[in-house]
Design a protein around this ligand. Structure first.
Ligand SMILES: Nc1ncnc2c1ncn2[C@@H]1O[C@H](COP(=O)(O)OP(=O)(O)OP(=O)(O)O)[C@@H](O)[C@H]1O
Ligand SMILES: [Mg+2]
Length: 250
C-alpha cells in the first residue's frame, strides 16, 4: 500500500489566502502519488460565526467549551463553510476530494469530556468509509465533528482527531500545518526538533500554551503509537517542502 499522509490544516490559516492556495495546489499534486487524508479545524470561521450570534467561547487548556447552541454554529462553520472551501479548492486543483465529517459512517466514535460540554475524545475508529474512499482513489477531507456511540454530535479538537486518524490508519506521516513557523522556545526561536520527553517541561513553564497544547499532545500520542514522521509546520511554506518542528520519540 502506498504510504499514507495525514495533514491537519489549521483553521488559523484560512485567513491567509495565499498560503491556502499554495497548500491546496501542492496537496492535490501529492494526492496523485500517495494516499492523503486531510483533517481541518476552523477557529477563526467558528469565532466569526459565534460572534454573529453574540456567543463568546471559553477555552480550557486550548480546548473550546461547547454548549448546544455553540455546537450547531460550530457545525455550520466547519461542515458548511470550511469543509466546502477546502474540498472545492482541492477539486479545482485536480484532486479527487470528498468532504465529510468524522461522524459520517460513524468513522470516529468519541466519548464526551463532560467538563468541556459537548466535546468528545475519540475512542474508536470505524475504518470502512474512509478506507473505501482511499482505496477508490479519493482524498477524504474531514471536518472535526464526530458523534458518541448513541449518535449524539460532538465537537472534537481537530488536532486530536488528526492524530487519532493517523494512528488508526497507520499513517507514515502526520503534518500539522499552522499559522506559526513551528514551535517557539522562550526567545521565540523555532525549536527544530523536540523529543517526546521534553514536552511536559515546555508546557509547565508556559513556553507552549493555548492552541499549541492540544497540537503538541497530539504529536506525542501519534509518535508513541508508531507514526514515523510528525511535524508542526509552517503553513505558508506549503506541504511539499515541510518546514517547522519535528517531534521525535527519542
Ligand atoms: N510555543 C509556541 N510556539 C508556537 N505557537 C504557540 C506556542 N504557544 C502557543 N502558541 C500558539 O498556538 C497557535 C497555533 O494554534 P491554534 O489552535 O491557534 O491554530 P491551529 O490549530 O492551526 O488552528 P485551528 O485550531 O483553528 O484548527 C499559534 O498561533 C500561537 O499563537
Ligand atoms: Mg488549534
Amino acid at each position: 500500500m502506498r504510504s499514507l499522509m495525514v495533514v491537519k490544516f489549521g483553521g488559523s490559516l484560512l485567513k491567509n489566502l495565499k498560503a491556502q492556495d499554495k497548500f491546496l495546489k501542492e496537496l492535490a499534486q501529492i494526492s496523485q502519488k500517495r494516499k492523503v487524508i486531510l483533517v481541518h479545524g476552523g477557529g477563526p470561521e467558528i469565532n466569526a460565526l459565534l460572534e454573529k450570534f453574540s456567543i463568546t467561547s471559553k477555552f480550557v487548556k486550548g480546548l473550546r467549551f461547547t454548549d448546544a447552541k455553540s455546537l450547531s454554529i460550530i457545525e455550520m462553520a466547519l461542515n458548511g463553510k470550511v469543509n466546502g472551501i477546502l474540498t472545492s479548492g482541492l477539486i479545482k486543483n485536480g484532486a479527487n476530494a470528498v468532504g465529510i465529517s468524522a461522524k459520517d459512517g460513524k468513522s470516529v466514535i468519541c466519548k464526551q469530556i463532560k467538563q468541556l460540554g459537548l466535546v468528545g475524545e475519540p475512542i474508536e475508529a470505524n475504518k470502512k468509509l474512509i478506507k473505501n474512499l482511499l482505496n477508490a482513489g479519493f482524498l477524504p477531507v474531514i471536518a472535526s465533528i464526530a458523534s458518541n456511540a448513541l449518535g449524539d454530535v460532538m465537537n472534537v479538537n481537530a488536532d486530536t482527531l488528526a492524530a487519532y486518524i493517523a494512528t488508526a490508519f497507520k499513517a507514515k506521516t502526520l503534518v500539522f500545518l499552522t499559522d506559526v513557523c513551528g514551535v517557539f522556545d522562550k526567545n521565540m526561536e523555532i525549536i527544530e526538533k523536540i523529543k517526546v520527553k521534553a514536552v511536559n517541561a515546555l508546557i509547565k513553564n508556559g513556553t507552549i500554551k493555548n492552541g499549541m497544547i492540544p497540537k503538541i499532545e497530539s504529536c506525542i500520542n501519534s509518535v508513541k503509537r508508531g507514526v514515523e514522521e510528525v511535524w508542526i509546520a509552517d503553513g505558508t511554506s506549503g506541504i511539499k517542502k515541510i518546514k517547522g518542528t519535528v517531534i521525535t520519540k527519542n
